[in-house]
Design a protein around this ligand. Sequence first.
Ligand code: 13P
Length: 256
Amino acid sequence: MSRIPLISGNWKMNLNHFEAIQLVQKLSYELRNHDYERVEVSVHPPFTNIRSIQTVIDADRMNFRLGAQNCHAEASGAFTGDVSPAMLQKLDVEFVIVGHSERRALSGETDELVAAKAKSVFAHSMVPIVCVGETLEHREGGEAEAIVETQVKGSLADLSKDQLSQVVIAYEPVWAIGTGQTASAEDAQAMCSHIRSVVAAIHGPAETELRIQYGGSVNVSNAAELMAMEDIDGALVGGASLEAASFAGIVSFQEV
Ligand code: 13P
């Protein structure tokens, strides 16, 4: 079975809504119809920009999938400052990143919370991009596979079999994020293959349909090599997604 790669731009806490509109317009100008036939492209602006980007995508009939970077697990309630999956659904958001390592590290998100968010995202007819990845300490201690396995099992714990084949997993080694240091294509492949077998052990057929992205200093020069790997089905891109030419270069990678 061939899986359509998903290339996602995680803008993190960057760009106001004017800058965000400019970026999607430039990106749309750089890409051609055949690019969208090979890959799906999602953009994940900060919450304050989502409505503006939704309007531009809609008005100009752009081929981007709209994404968010996080959401609360509950549909509504007394959660000051949070944004609910129901609100994102109403804005035509299709993909929601959950459990990014920055949220796990800086906001104390646990696998249990990530699992509740992933379940809630599905319940609101969107698809979660569930992030997992080891720290440098874990890798140097030979624990990378075990840590990632625990994260995968814990973060997907609340999903049905059907949801397990639709979910997207992003393998992002923490030491590769924003550092310019990428996992070698072979190491990234080995971990993504391990993740696929962990999910397959929970639910057989998901093994073939499940999309697994690699993230961590993906750029124009390393995207093709990473994406050529059998178990890597796309990329979750931070820094390089903030510039139209570099993100477009990643999206239109040439197969190696
Ligand atoms: P960089 O591409 O900047 O390393 O960020 C990766 C990331 O965290 C995407 O979610």
